[in-house]
Design a binder for this molecule. Structure first.
Ligand SMILES: C[S@@+](CC[C@H](N)C(=O)[O-])C[C@H]1O[C@@H](n2cnc3c(N)ncnc32)[C@H](O)[C@@H]1O
Length: 336
């Protein structure tokens, strides 16, 4: 038997060091700066306003973590990944989620113990508030949140656009669409489909800009409303991306019934989240996401594929199945 080692405990216990170094690098736009051209320590420190005491260690820590490269002359450059995904000027930028992690989630998670003791959210909203109403009262936070969603969802959105059997359907509605990346990726990959993004009215202008930037105006439209008080637009497929986990059990069931009502016979609901494995022991990201919902929402929680299929059957769906997408994300499909 291998001798016991404390290494994993220490790695996770101090994991916030590496996390915060990356988040600060995104905050000061280090990767965007280096995407213009590689730079040495003095030039980079000058451009980004870094004090000499920490600059070298900060940059070399990012080299050692695999987020920067440094050549023999001491010139720093992005790695292939950071150059593609963390350069703000590229459409492949996914740093929105890291910007939000830095400005909101990092401080809120400092109060995780209080959330565990009280069961109450620890963000801008007070216990029992709808976090979206609070967040969307501030236009800068609204925009940051919606862009963050595209960053965290893009890989799964591409997978759904390719993997779901779209040839059997003509229309879809992405409910709780945010900036609209799922609605956009489905339309780009499936020219025979037309789609609607449904979300709170404040989201409309940001959605429409994104659709226009992707050349889809006219094929993908926006409908404003609340999925708790308004019916969903009718469509052959209703999608809920990272929606069910925001809400408590009764609200989750309401959302599935609302989808059932919007669909024709044979229509499909597609629910995707970081679905937890049925044994609740493998998908650490999904389980931690559920704790993120504890910190962020008044009643939200993540769930297993088995849980979701039971709720779908309760809402009237006759066939259900779970399919893995990418990383921690899976989709649960229900056929009416
Ligand atoms: C966690 S985000 C998910 C965004 C996107 N589907 C994704 O997967 O990246 C939740 C979304 O639900 C929307 N939302 C919140 N309350 C809503 C309501 N009552 N009716 C419609 N949409 C709502 C929010 O505006 C936000 O865009």
């Amino acid at each position: 038997m291998e001798p016991l080692s404390p290494e994993r405990i220490l790695q996770t216990g101090l994991g916030f060091w590496a996390s915060k170094a990356l988040l600060s690098a995104v905050e000061i736009e280090l990767f965007t700066e280096l995407a213009k051209h590689p730079e040495d320590l003095a030039t980079l420190s000058g451009r980004l306003g870094l004090h000499p005491r920490g600059a070298r260690d900060f940059l070399d820590a990012l080299v050692s973590l695999g987020f920067l490269q440094r050549d023999e002359a001491g010139v720093y450059a992005n790695t292939p990944e950071t150059g593609v995904f963390l350069d703000k000027r590229k459409s492949s930028y996914i740093g929105g989620i890291l910007e939000m992690a830095n400005s909101r989630l990092y401080p809120f998670w400092g109060a995780l113990t209080a959330a565990l003791r009280t069961g109450e959210q620890q963000n801008e909203a007070r216990a029992g508030d709808d976090m979206f109403a609070k967040l969307y009262a501030d236009p800068a936070k609204l925009k940051e949140f919606l862009r963050a969603m595209s960053g965290v969802s893009h890989g799964a959105n591409l997978a759904i656009a390719r993997q779901f059997p779209w040839s059997g359907y003509k229309t879809y509605v992405d409910a709780g669409t945010a900036q609209g990346d799922l609605a956009v990726q489905i339309a780009l990959a499936n020219p025979h489909l037309t789609g609607t993004g449904f979300d709170l009215p404040e989201v409309g202008p940001i959605f429409e800009d994104y659709v226009e930037a992707n050349g889809l105006t006219g094929r993908v439209d926006f409908q404003g409303g609340s999925f708790f008080t308004d019916p969903l637009p009718k469509a052959d497929v209703v999608l809920y991306g990272h929606i069910l986990h925001d809400w408590d059990l009764e609200q989750k069931k309401h959302l599935l019934r609302a989808a059932w009502e919007a669909l024709p016979a044979g229509g499909a609901v597609v629910v995707y989240d970081a679905i937890i494995d049925d044994n609740r022991s493998q998908n650490a990201f999904g389980l931690l996401m559920s704790l993120n919902m504890l910190v962020e929402t008044s009643g939200g929680f993540d769930y297993t594929g088995a849980d979701c299929q039971v709720w779908m059957r309760g809402a009237g769906f006759r066939e259900t199945r779970v399919e893995h997408l990418v990383g921690p994300d899976s989709m649960v499909i229900g056929i009416k």
